[in-house]
Design a protein around this ligand. Sequence first.
Ligand code: AMP
Length: 191
Amino acid sequence: MIVIGPPGCGKGTQSANIVKKYGLTHISTGDILREEVELHTAIGEIVKKFLDRGYLVPDDIVMREIFETAIKQKCDKGLLFDGFPRTLFQADYLDDIMYHRNEKINLVIHLNVEEEELFQRIVHRSEDAKKRSDDNEETVRNRLQVYYQKTFPLLEYYKKKHKLVTISGMAPIQGVFNAISSIIDDYINKS
Ligand code: AMP
């Protein structure tokens, strides 16, 4: 499955809850890319420039990282992609990977949160001691703009494939997780 949503929507938190409850393997491109930066790899040096400014890392780099991780994962219960795909190009690539693994995307959960609330959450998060280098007001504006330009069209892409479920991410964490769980349970019961 895939979890899609704007920065600050709670994607990371809810993805962690989902993998814990349903035993899926968590693949977060944000985490993979941040690790490259922390390890100061050659890729990490390139990635840092995009990440710190709130721009998407180029598709070829992201795809190589995904290929290196996702394709090699053993996943008896399935994979959860968090923050991937973020462009139509990446979505096509993911379809290819799935096809070659004889698997498919079953469910795409879209977490919908109002823009004002997103700002407040990220500003709050930026006060954390372990804050992310891309959690500041200017970068967040870029990240939001990039989301609406590049990632938003994916909602239509998955809607046409009848895979998209939109959930409000405005409620407290547990409430949102309950809503997600009931969507997943429904899906499991029907299949
Ligand atoms: P996230 O942790 O999902 O909010 O991602 C943090 C940052 O990592 C994003 O703002 C992008 O710079 C980069 N990133 C994460 N996933 C992708 C992706 N699928 N494609 C391009 N850039 C990505």
